[in-house]
Design a binder for this molecule. Structure first.
Ligand SMILES: [Ca+2]
Ligand SMILES: [Ca+2]
Length: 343
């Protein structure tokens, strides 16, 4: 009798499992997280959820990467006619750096066929790619990057931008972080290093093949004009098989924590607005704990340095005499050192 009962129970559980899969493949998936619980997401690398419900993608360690995924892969393609569904997502994020004036490297929202990013690198690759895989059309990855490090090797426009990435970190389109005012269209620059929470909206119109990315400070209504707007046929990027949605983040030389406070997603519709009153707060780093990476302006007329530089590591920035010449070295980008010398 108990064996029959157990078999019945197993059959029921299998039926429920298949019903869940069917629900996740019907093109109507949606979810909203106003703050996170550990069971809301799956994690990789240093990513985790804090006790107060913050998704913490990186944790103030250098050369790190973290990923968080919605546990169930979602179907982005209409199997009847092969087109890509419209979708929309919004999230609130914020970065906390160990330094007063730099952070790095950034984070992405991504759609990927795999949860396995073990071969991906941090730093400018944002935990999604490496030197070999970057730009490969077989990646089938769409990412929206929020980037705080200027990496000229991957054609970054500056050290404070948002980009649309297809299969690699050389962006198809990118723009300095900020928003356009609804009344007069003027552009307001937003510093990603401000340690203030900000919101991003990503909307893809499958019929128009139009991808819009919009951002604003938290609690501001979504601006009418997107920050980025690009016509992209995602049918060559997103696969027929269900794909994972989530966030990646990486650090390089600068110790930074990258946080997500809330996240909403909807296939074939507008993502449910986040409830700001329910979101956890972005932690504040104590300013007197911070190191300062100085901007260095060197005058060749000086015979001795007339300023004091401090850094958490003499490897990042240093000053001294080399072959009788005063020399400043700055590790500005990953392991690239810049040296300035004068007599
Ligand atoms: Ca970068
Ligand atoms: Ca970039």
């Amino acid at each position: 009798m108990s064996t029959v009962f157990l078999r019945t129970l197993v059959c029921l559980l299998l039926l429920l499992f298949h019903l869940k899969l069917a629900a996740s493949s019907g093109g109507n998936d949606s979810f909203t997280f106003n703050g996170f619980g550990r069971l809301n997401l799956t994690f990789d690398g240093v990513a985790n959820v804090t006790s107060d419900g913050l998704l913490k993608l990186t944790n103030m360690s250098k050369q790190s990467k973290g990923h968080a995924f919605y546990p169930t892969p979602l179907r982005f393609r209409n199997l009847t006619n092969g087109t890509i569904f419209s979708f929309s997502t919004t999230f609130v994020f914020g970065f906390i750096s160990a330094y007063t004036n730099v952070s790095g490297n950034g984070m992405t929202f991504f759609v990927s066929p795999t949860e396995d990013f073990s071969a991906a690198l941090g730093s400018q690759f944002l935990g999604l790619f490496n030197q070999s895989s970057d730009g490969n059309s077989n990646n089938h990855v769409l990412a929206i990057e929020i980037d705080t490090n200027y990496n000229p090797d991957v054609l970054d426009i500056d050290d404070n931008h948002v980009g649309i990435d297809i299969n690699g970190v050389i962006s198809n389109a990118s723009h300095a972080a900020g928003y356009y005012a609804n009344d007069n269209g003027s552009f307001t620059y937003l510093s990603l290093r401000s340690e203030k929470a900000m919101q991003v909206w990503i909307d893809y119109d499958g019929h128009e093949m139009l991808l819009n990315v919009t951002m604003a400070p938290i609690r501001m209504a979504k601006p009418h004009k997107p920050l980025l707007s690009a016509t992209i046929d995602l049918s060559s990027v997103l696969l027929s098989d269900p794909m994972y949605v989530g966030f990646s983040s990486s650090t390089g030389s600068f110790k930074t924590s990258h946080y997500v406070l809330g996240w909403s997603f909807r296939m074939n519709g507008i993502a449910e607005p986040l409830d700001y009153s329910l979101l956890p707060s972005l932690p504040r780093a104590k300013s007197n704990d911070k190191d300062r990476i100085a901007m260095v302006i060197v005058s060749p007329m000086l015979s001795e340095p007339a300023f004091q530089l401090t850094s958490e590591s003499s490897k990042d920035i240093g000053i001294g005499k080399k072959s009788g010449r005063w020399t400043i070295h700055v590790r500005a980008i990953s392991n690239v050192f810049c040296e300035f010398s004068w007599c």
